[in-house]
Write a protein of this length. Structure first.
Ligand code: SF4
Length: 64
């Protein structure tokens, strides 16, 4: 699984970084979240899907 963020939609509420900090980190300079892994480790896929489901503006794009 790969995941990316649509920066036109991200509103920077940091929820993804709370749900799965191993994959998402908040960038204080850019004021949005960023993905810090190339490929999501299998044991984190459920948390990434949860973060995507909870992302209010739908900015997290999961690619299976
Ligand atoms: S949960 Fe969505 S809107 Fe919030 S910081 Fe993460 S990508 Fe951006």
């Amino acid at each position: 699984m790969r995941v990316k963020i649509d920066y036109d939609l991200c509103m920077g509420d940091r929820n993804c970084a709370k749900v799965c900090p191993q994959v998402f980190q908040y960038d204080e300079d850019e004021i949005n979240a960023k993905v810090v892994v190339d490929v999501v480790p299998p044991d984190l896929e459920d948390l990434v899907r949860q973060a995507a489901d909870e992302c209010a503006p739908g900015a997290i794009i999961v690619e299976d």
